[in-house]
Design a protein around this ligand. Structure first.
Ligand code: 3PG
Length: 308
């Protein structure tokens, strides 16, 4: 039966990805409605009313959006983190929430390296920098992105250490990763720490003064995960005390202006979340989301459901 699908992207996909999504829905005989570049959340509340399915990126599918829908059956977050979906509200309305794990991971990992190089080379403007070869990279969470980061780090000749209590030690070791016993060890022994933890009740503000103060002299923290995992006032405190520390992120902190003013030489944030902003990642995640929607309606496939 024909369905109406909303593609709601406040930060739009590359056109090639939208074309691919369109083709998948055309083939299925579904109608695609696009809400791109919108600035007012009310536009999303309005647009979701009469659709059967919705694809989003970091767009907020909060209770207001979910409860405004009259026949929505599935939301697919084209990407990894689903902290932007109110899962309880979805479950209460019988809506299946999914993500598309792994589809944009390489893009995020490549940006993490771009940021490491940017800091190592003094933001490309401040004279003589340092090299990544021979340095220790601490990967905080060894999921899809963490694995791509490790793969790239090998090419750079870095020593790779990772901490992830949710991944079996044997699996990490089999992939040539040195496993840090504790998260504190990871921060103590790494020249670069690349964050890949999700934002949830356990991780929120978990990157705090106690952890950051353990970083090595000249340590760089790269955050292509979520701003919520950082305790921002602790970050300001430690960067004020430790003039050797650097921080780069693709998720500007709430206190971006203060960070920029205080640490212009040692801090960088992109204007919008950029990790997954490549044509390839958009095609992979967008097309996966579209296929998952068709599969859900045609075959009752709930493989990537996150509110089970
Ligand atoms: C993700 O969780 O997949 C990344 O943070 C990418 O988010 P984006 O689709 O908003 O760029």
């Amino acid at each position: 039966m024909s369905k109406i699908v909303l593609l709601a992207t406040e930060k739009p996909f590359a056109q090639v990805a939208v074309n691919e999504i369109e083709e998948i829905f055309n083939t299925a005989g579904y109608e695609l409605i696009k809400l791109e570049n919108y600035t007012d959340p009310k536009e999303l509340i309005q647009a979701v009313r009469n659709v059967d399915a919705m694809i989003i990126r970091s767009d907020k599918a909060n209770a207001d959006v979910i409860n405004a829908s009259e026949k929505l059956k599935i939301i697919v977050r084209a990407g990894a983190g689903y902290d932007n979906i109110d899962l309880d509200a979805s479950t209460a309305k019988g809506i299946c929430a999914m993500n598309t794990p792994g589809q944009n991971s390489n893009a995020v990992a490549e940006l993490a390296f771009g940021m490491m190089l940017f800091l190592a080379r003094k933001k490309f403007v401040q004279g003589s920098g340092t090299e990544l070869r021979g340095k220790t990279l601490g990967i905080h969470a060894y999921g899809n992105v963490g694995r791509f980061v490790a793969m790239i780090a090998r090419g750079f000749g870095m020593k790779i250490v990772a901490f992830d209590p949710y991944v079996p030690r044997e699996k990490m070791e089999a992939e040539g990763i040195e496993v840090a016993e504790t998260v504190e060890d990871l921060y103590m022994n790494s020249d670069y720490v690349s964050l890949h933890i999700p934002a949830n009740s356990e991780t929120r503000e978990s990157i705090n003064y106690s952890l950051l103060s353990r970083m090595k002299n000249g340590g760089c923290l790269i955050n292509t995960a979520r701003k919520e995992v950082i305790n921002e006032s602790d970050l300001v405190k430690i960067m004020t005390e430790r003039t050797d520390l650097m921080y780069a992120t693709d998720v500007a902190p709430t206190n971006h202006t203060e960070m920029n003013e205080k640490f212009a030489q040692r801090y960088h944030a992109t204007a919008k979340k950029m990790g997954a902003q490549t044509a390839e990642a958009n095609i992979n995640a967008g097309a996966a989301a579209a296929r998952q929607i068709v599969n859900f309606f045609v075959n009752n496939d709930t493989t990537f459901q996150v509110n089970k």
